[in-house]
Design a protein around this ligand. Structure first.
Ligand code: SAM
Length: 182
């Protein structure tokens, strides 16, 4: 049985038990399977290690605009890391083309409205039928709206795509959004 919260804790990922409970439910069907997982926002690499432990059959991809390599940072040589800005459409278009088909996307990057929406617009077309696209920390983009990009919660609510919202620890509603490619 998956226990993703434990993997986050063991690896020192910044994600907490709330994220773990959400992911146990949403990603249960991928246990023991081979699939492509992309996380936007790597930081030290801890969450990539957690994904690798929970889903040893998964091909893991990570995006960050600045990946640190430092003392005590984990070995993430199992993953394919792409350096760039998730709010820059040419970079994200290339990521989509290079990976080809993605089963699971987790956006834990910059949490600004342009970050979230540019990434979604570029990657959603290559999410496999049956796959999921997850955006964390929606509460941040209630404040972090960028010129020309509305609050991501409003953007998502207008999409005709099946989705679930998971409530988090914060006073803001809708902390995590899971979109399903039916
Ligand atoms: C919350 S941390 C990721 C934490 C990691 N997923 C974990 O659980 O340990 C957010 C990361 O997003 C990256 N980031 C912020 N804005 C970005 C952008 N516009 N494009 C790519 N990466 C970005 C930061 O460099 C940082 O490493």
């Amino acid at each position: 049985m998956l226990n993703i919260a434990k993997a986050f804790k063991d690896t020192k990922s910044v994600k907490g038990p709330f994220h773990g409970a959400c992911y146990d439910k949403v990603l249960e069907k991928y246990e023991g399977k081979e699939f492509n997982l992309l996380e936007i926002g790597i930081f030290r690499g801890d969450s990539l290690v957690a994904w690798h432990k929970c889903f040893p059959g998964a091909k893991i991809f990570g995006i960050d605009r600045a990946v640190g390599v430092g003392k005590g940072f984990p070995d993430i040589s199992f993953a394919t890391v792409m350096l760039g800005d998730q709010s820059y459409p040419p970079f994200m278009t290339k990521v989509a083309k290079d990976i080809g088909v993605i089963d699971v996307v987790i956006d834990d990057g910059g949490h600004f409205s342009d970050d979230q929406q540019v990434s979604f617009n570029c990657l959603w077309p290559v999410v496999r039928k049956g796959g999921v696209y997850i955006i964390e920390d929606l509460w941040a983009a209630e404040k972090n709206t960028v010129n020309g990009f509305e609050c991501t919660l409003n953007f998502l609510e207008k999409l005709d795509i099946r989705k679930d919202f998971y409530e988090g620890f914060f006073e803001f509603k809708h902390d995590i959004c899971v979109l399903y490619k039916d």
